[in-house]
Ligand binder design. Structure first.
Ligand code: S3P
Length: 437
């Protein structure tokens, strides 16, 4: 059943906390499984994407104690301790699970098949198949269409030096996983630095990994040399900035708002949303900034603000890629033009987010033009009212959440048709958004 969102006339107020970071939760299970010893994870995201990762590793013989909360215990089997799954691995809706596990499977002494839901079966896997094949992997797309289901058989891997055409943490992490089973060093270069949680966690667990910027080309790189044992350590997952983003966006555009979001990960490869909203005039303050296990964490204070448009392109894009639908919604409330470029990746996320964001914002009477790699959003009136409508969410969590935020500042009702889709990353989202804390 759908959810109807009404205009919020009083503002969001109080102290919030958001579920654990999705990217870090995935990696904590994956790398905990490959470590020697027991990993206790706290703050784990109890969302469907991360539980898909848990079930894949359980299928490969890893004892994971988890009963649906935020604490997980992973009894690691070591880098060479995984066992052949009896069945196809089901990655659900999770691109991160599918791509990173493919790298890992490429180095195993057993064959495996993996797939996921209808959306996953349409997402591009050539970006991992090609470099994995260069490493010597035996991986193929079963329907020969460059998508899952993927069939992976045992092969001898060799380290490569690979320049990724896309700044993708999933591609980088996939290759670093395969690198643990390859002969020699694997170096992954990317056009601009994507989120670096895999590198940080591998370092913390004792892998031989270096990362930085290549002096000659200015490209970011991560290089892993295999052979080191990973030693388990306890992992405290901070709140997900990609989930906090919806509360931040809502507080900015709903007059009278004043909120504090506690314990949010603000790793510089993820904090583009804060930089952009501040540049637009958002009253956002990071408080009590601290570092925990290599990850930067802060409390975020947000007050409703008059916003102006801005240009968003280039190196900042990977640091806010998942937040762009929300940024488009917020930009529709700004007084100048916002131009978003270099974001063609949005077309191959859980849905074609360029098409859906622009169709939905148009139907709310915003002035938005979709381009090949982003959007142009102009002020749509004074005082910029959006109009409630029925949102086409295509079961994409980030579309549903972005337009729920839009609904808080729109005249009339906004209907989110498939609210349950938010459970992959932010169970409890509607409760957080619609109730004062
Ligand atoms: C993720 C990386 C990003 C992001 C996704 C999670 C990760 O995808 O969009 O939600 O955890 O590595 P790409 O690496 O494909 O850009």
């Amino acid at each position: 059943m759908g959810i109807s969102i009404r205009k919020n006339r009083t503002g969001l107020r109080g102290e919030y906390s958001v579920p654990g970071d999705k990217s870090i939760s995935h990696r904590a299970v994956m790398l905990g499984a490959l470590s020697e010893g027991t990993t206790h994870i706290s703050g784990f995201l109890n969302g469907a994407d991360c539980t898909s990762t848990i079930s894949c590793f359980r299928s490969m013989g890893v004892d994971i104690v988890y009963d649906g909360g935020t604490d997980v215990t992973v009894h690691g089997v070591g880098v060479h301790g995984l066992r052949a799954p009896a069945d196809t691995l089901d990655c659900g809706n999770s691109g991160t699970t599918t791509r990173i596990i493919s790298g890992l499977l490429s180095g195993q002494p057993f064959a495996a098949r993996l797939t996921g839901d209808a959306s996953i079966q349409k997402r591009p896997m050539k970006r991992i198949i090609e470099p994995l094949c260069l490493m010597g992997a035996d991986i193929r797309s079963e329907r020969d269409n460059g998508c899952a289901p993927l069939c992976i058989s045992p092969a001898r891997l060799k380290g490569i030096s690979y320049m990724s055409p896309v700044a993708s943490a999933q591609v980088k992490s996939c290759l670093l996983m395969a690198a643990m089973y390859a002969e020699g060093t694997t170096t992954v270069y990317e056009p601009v630095l994507s989120r670096n949680h895999t590198e940080l966690m591998l370092k913390a667990l004792g892998a031989d990994i270096t990362s930085g910027t290549d002096e000659e080309t200015g490209r970011s790189y991560a290089a892993l040399t295999p052979g080191h044992t990973l030693h388990s350590c306890d992992i405290n997952v901070p709140g997900d900035i990609s989930s906090a983003a919806y509360l931040i966006g809502a507080a900015l555009i709903v007059p009278g708002s004043d909120i504090l979001i506690k314990n949010v990960g603000v790793n510089p490869t993820r904090d583009g949303i804060i930089k952009v909203f501040k540049q637009m005039g958002g009253r956002i303050e990071l408080m009590d900034t601290r570092t925990e296990a290599g990850e930067t964490v802060a409390d975020i204070h947000v007050q409703s603000s008059g916003l102006t448009g801005c240009d968003i392109s280039g190196g900042i894009i990977p640091t806010l890629i998942d937040e762009l639908p929300l940024i488009a919604v917020v930009a529709a409330h700004a007084s100048g033009t916002t131009v978003i470029r270099d974001a063609a990746e949005l077309k191959v996320k859980e849905s074609d987010r360029i098409a859906l964001v622009s169709a939905n914002l148009k139907s709310m009477h915003a002035d938005i033009t979709a381009t090949g790699d982003g959007f142009i959003i102009n002020p749509s009136g004074d005082p910029l009212p959006l109009h409630g409508t029925v949102i086409e969410d295509a079961y994409d969590h980030r579309i549903a959440m972005s337009f729920a935020v839009a609904g808080l500042a729109a005249e009339g009702d906004t209907e989110i048709v498939h609210p349950e889709c938010v459970s992959v990353s932010y169970p409890g989202f509607f409760e957080d958004l619609l109730t004062d804390k």
